[in-house]
Design a protein around this ligand. Structure first.
Ligand code: PPS
Length: 574
């Protein structure tokens, strides 16, 4: 190891991979061993355990280390460690394991990545863990939500032996193990390196901040974005990496480099900041930039912040000397309009005119195709953001009807189909209730379970159409609120979603009875008929409500088109 580089956390860089011969033997022996398919998040943790990013850890934590981390932020030999690195498994698997069992860990394709020598299996108190790590059990916190709602109830701990590195096919040249990055720093003669952690695209404020920090301490800069798992709703890492690449040439030559970190963030604010410093130390960095609300999830629904804006800086400062990684604290950077420059907010005189664009405002500007000023982000970064976030009139969207049989959904949907086809510019797909039942869901009946499966299928197809820039018009009864909500959240990340409640009263639907189904339902010939012998949950989250006793199908379709125009999904003359 190069003596002039910072030494890893705990003294030596961990490498858990078996040599070829040992790995081959383990693979042969493993035929009858139990096996666990890792979740994307567990794979992130495994990758950093195996390659030493989590040095000095040598496996998923056993109960003793887990308890100490929760209570004291320390592991076995008193080494500082703030975040539990645990492996959660199903009850069935947990029951089959005992101390000494070899558990094979696989990725989603079934590749054997590692073997875990089981030390202990236990049921953690997850609420106590949430309080200790996140300081709250409020499920609006994404880390808490993951822990309490998406984590299995048993943990298994033990030493790991690596068989194959976790594979990635994206940006391979930008991915480095701690050893590889350390070797690179040695080659370049960089022994003072400041790391910049980020899960967002970098704008001018970030570039100015990192440049200032790097110059101030006369170091080199590692832009070290997280590309494992970040906060739900963040900009995807493909877009972000293109933005970082577009920004690199804005630094003086040979000052900065970019490497991607496959970390699964917990959004644990202060504790996470300490963890980030440890990880960067393992990657050979001597300094870490910590700004406002580092690794915090923002506010809860009442507008209260989960952490104070500088709590993370405070906690890291308490451990800075012990860690040997220096924190470079930064206040919020704001744009000083009169001087066309950026400065930390605490260096600005009262009355100075400053500008800022929030994340929400940026998303709105992208959605509406509005200007993104050059003072806020460099033009080539803005171009990358626009490529991935085209204005709404270039995105796909779904119009999802819900309403009783005979309410007029299909008729309006057909008029709408024609209107969108007349406008042109996007492919349009109609997923009408009856048609779907014929082509996609012919084996399904009308129980709640079957109806939910049917709606999820429609939602899946609509989300694919939307993702690919098309318009999906769906017209099922969709009587249940929760599955309608599932569909909304499935489609919204891909584009627009509009819920149209065709709220024609049941008396009118029954009177029309165009298919003669109500008569059959009344006679008991058709069972589980919506509105007669089966429930219909009225939506409270509809974007448009239409009653066809008051409107023609033409008028109803026009109302929907106008709404799409207002929301920006339809541009120009209609
Ligand atoms: S659901 O609940 O959303 O899965 O229903 P959907 O796929 O839209 O299917 C509704 C069409 O099936 C006919 N049909 C019934 N509807 C409701 N309840 C029962 N038991 C039933 N049996 C058959 C009916 O023609 C519906 O079409 P629309 O266009 O709504 O009249």
């Amino acid at each position: 190891m190069n003596a002039s580089l910072i030494s890893p956390h705990g003294g030596s860089l961990i490498d858990l991979f078996a040599d070829e011969e040992h790995a081959a033997k383990l693979k042969t022996d493993s035929r009858d061993w139990p096996s666990h398919d890792l979740t994307p998040r567990q794979l992130c943790d495994l990758e950093l355990l195996l390659n030493g990013g989590f040095s000095p850890l040598t496996g998923f934590m056993n109960k003793a280390d887990y308890d100490r981390v929760c209570q004291e932020m320390r592991i076995g030999n008193n080494t500082l460690w703030p975040i539990p690195i645990t492996l959660d498994i199903s009850e069935v698997l947990a029951k089959s394991l005992k101390s000494g069992t070899n558990l094979v860990l696989r990725d989603a394709e079934g590749v054997m990545n590692a073997v875990l020598k089981v030390e202990d299996v236990w049921k953690p108190d997850r609420e106590a863990e949430a309080m200790a790590i996140f300081g709250t059990i409020n499920r609006e916190h994404p880390g808490v939500s993951h822990l309490l709602e998406h984590t299995e109830s048993n943990y298994v701990g033990g030493q790991l032996i690596g068989l194959q590195p976790v594979s990635h096919y994206d940006y391979q040249l930008l991915r480095h193990s701690p050893r590889e990055l350390r070797d690179e720093f040695t080659k370049l003669g960089w022994n003072k390196v400041v790391a910049f952690q980020t899960r967002n695209p970098m704008h001018r404020a970030h570039q100015e901040l990192t440049l200032r920090a790097t110059k101030e301490i006369e170091a080199n800069l590692l832009i070290h974005p997280v590309v494992g798992m970040t906060k739900p709703g963040d900009v995807d890492h493909y877009t972000r990496v293109r933005c970082y690449q577009a920004l690199l040439h804005r630094y003086p030559r040979k000052m900065a480099t970019l490497s991607l970190l496959p970390l699964a963030m917990r959004m644990a604010g202060p504790r996470e900041a300490v963890w980030h410093a440890i990880i960067r130390k393992n990657y050979g960095c001597t300094h870490l930039i910590v700004g406002r609300d580092h690794a915090g999830p923002g506010n809860d629904s009442s507008g209260k912040a989960f952490y104070g804006p500088y709590d993370a800086q405070e906690l890291l400062q308490q451990h800075e000397a012990e860690l040997g990684v220096a924190m470079v604290p930064f206040k919020l950077m704001v744009y000083v309009q009169d001087q066309d420059t950026y400065a930390p907010i605490d260096e600005i005189k009262e009355g100075t005119r400053t500008l800022n664009i929030s994340g929400t405002e940026l998303r709105n500007r992208l959605a509406m195709g509005k200007e993104i000023p050059e003072w806020f982000t460099f033009a080539d970064v803005a171009t990358e953001l626009r490529r991935s976030h085209p204005p709404r009139h270039q995105q796909g969207f779904t119009v999802f009807f819900t309403g009783l049989s005979g309410s007029g959904k299909s008729t309006i949907a057909n008029v709408l189909l024609v209107k969108f086809l007349e406008m042109g510019g996007r492919p349009v797909t109609l997923l009408d209730g009856d048609l779907v039942r014929k082509h996609l869901s012919s084996e399904l009946g009308f129980s709640k379970e079957h109806r939910d499966i049917n709606i999820k299928r429609i939602g899946y197809v609509a989300s694919e159409v939307t993702k690919n820039g098309g318009v999906a018009i769906c017209a099922p009864i969709a009587p249940y609120d929760s599955v309608r909500k599932d569909v909304r959240s499935m489609i919204q990340p891909a584009g627009g979603f509009l819920l149209v409640h065709v709220a024609t009263p049941i008396e009118v639907c029954e009177q029309r009875d165009r298919k003669g189904l109500y008569a059959k339902a009344r006679a008991g010939i058709i069972k589980e008929f919506t509105g007669i012998s089966d429930p219909y949950e009225e939506p409270v989250d509809a974007d448009i409500i239409i009653d066809t006793t008051k409107l023609t199908a033409e008028e109803a379709a026009q109302q929907i088109v106008l709404h799409c125009e207002k929301e920006g999904y339809v541009a120009g003359d209609v």
